[in-house]
Write a protein that binds this ligand. Structure first.
Ligand code: SAM
Length: 317
């Protein structure tokens, strides 16, 4: 659906122009590019507010509803995933469909998953004539360590490549990223809280390093493309965000699921020494660690991702 093809746009844009004129009145020296930026932000914010108001809705904090209102950034997020006509794009948390529209405009098929049933109704209406749009209504995760089964089926049967492009709901971001990588998604471009983005590329021995860092680093190339201030969202969250891109580079193959379970166990008691934390899985941990030249008092957080994988492989040999 093209942006200009939307019935309500004309009216919203003229409302926005009036607001921009009002805003400009006291700011005669505002540079042209800043004015353009403000205009685009206000138009996008107004569109979202108007869509919500028409449906009698307001942002729901419990679903992490912070809508991206910077149109420039919406394009940047969409482009970060380089969506093409043959691609299947998973969008978790389409909200009112602002990013969805950018993705459809690039010719991709979009499979969206939205938990909020009121927003799901709004999206069905908004994209009712769009055959490349399909919607799964529900939680993107069936449990902490499993994807929504309809989403999983969609990923398994979709035409490749399958990519995630989304402004993610922050409360499920970490498990969702891991599960999508295990399910075979080729590329993920998403905004997430900056603190989670830091965990994606964290090095061993740091506080941020954990199961998420290890899984992601063994399944993908990690890029943090930019950080984003709270003001690019409405309502503005309390924290900074970041745009990240993960490009599949799979070093786990068929053992990804089991390795993930192994990591969850090791990192759930991260202060324990490895000697203790692997005692359930091996009859002689000190000997095993010595064989791998790992300090017997080391903790999981001290090992690099390849070392953790080697430990897992040796235990399962
Ligand atoms: N895509 C919109 C945008 O770019 O502005 C909204 C992004 S907002 C940060 C997160 C969206 O995820 C909301 O629409 C929210 O209802 C939805 N959501 C929250 N938890 C979810 C879950 N567990 N499964 C699917 N969608 C979820």
């Amino acid at each position: 659906m093209s942006r200009s093809g939307d019935g309500w746009h004309g009216q919203r844009y003229s409302d926005a122009r009036a607001l921009v004129r009002k805003e400009q009145h006291g700011h005669a020296s505002t540079p042209a590019h800043a004015t353009q930026f403000q205009r685009s932000v206000m138009q996008t914010k107004q569109q979202i507010q108007s869509l919500l108001a028409q449906a009698g809705l307001s942002p729901r904090h419990r679903f992490g509803q912070n809508f991206m209102i910077d149109q420039n950034l919406l394009r940047i997020v969409a482009d970060a995933g380089n969506p093409g006509a043959d691609d299947t794009i998973i969008e978790v948390g389409p909200g009112t469909g602002t990013l969805t529209e950018e993705l459809l405009a690039r010719g991709a098929k979009v499979v969206a998953v939205e938990i909020d049933r009121d927003l799901a109704a709004l999206l069905r209406e908004r994209f009712r004539d769009e055959s490349r749009f399909s919607l799964i209504e529900g939680d993107a995760l069936d449990s902490k360590h499993s994807l929504n089964r309809d989403l999983l089926a969609a990923i398994e049967t979709a035409s490749r490549p399958v990519k995630l492009i989304a402004n993610l709901p922050y409360n499920i971001a970490s498990p969702l990223i891991i599960e999508l990588l295990i399910a075979g998604v080729e590329l993920l471009a998403f905004t997430v809280q900056k603190e989670v983005a830091e965990r994606l590329r964290a090095a061993p021995g740091t506080e941020e390093f954990g199961a998420l860092s290890v899984m992601v680093q063994l399944l993908a190339k990690v890029e943090i493309l930019r950080t984003l201030p709270p003001t690019v969202f409405w309502p503005a969250p309390k924290i900074e965000s970041a745009l990240a891109r993960l490009t599949r580079e799979d070093r786990l193959g068929g053992r990804a699921r089991e390795f993930s379970t192994f990591l969850q166990r090791l990192f759930s008691s991260r202060r324990k020494t490895l000697r203790k934390s692997i005692s359930d899985s091996h009859h002689n941990p000190p000997q095993l660690l010595a064989q791998l030249a790992i300090d017997a008092n080391a903790r999981a957080e001290n090992l690099s991702p390849p070392q953790l994988l080697l430990l897992f492989d040796t235990i399962n040999d």
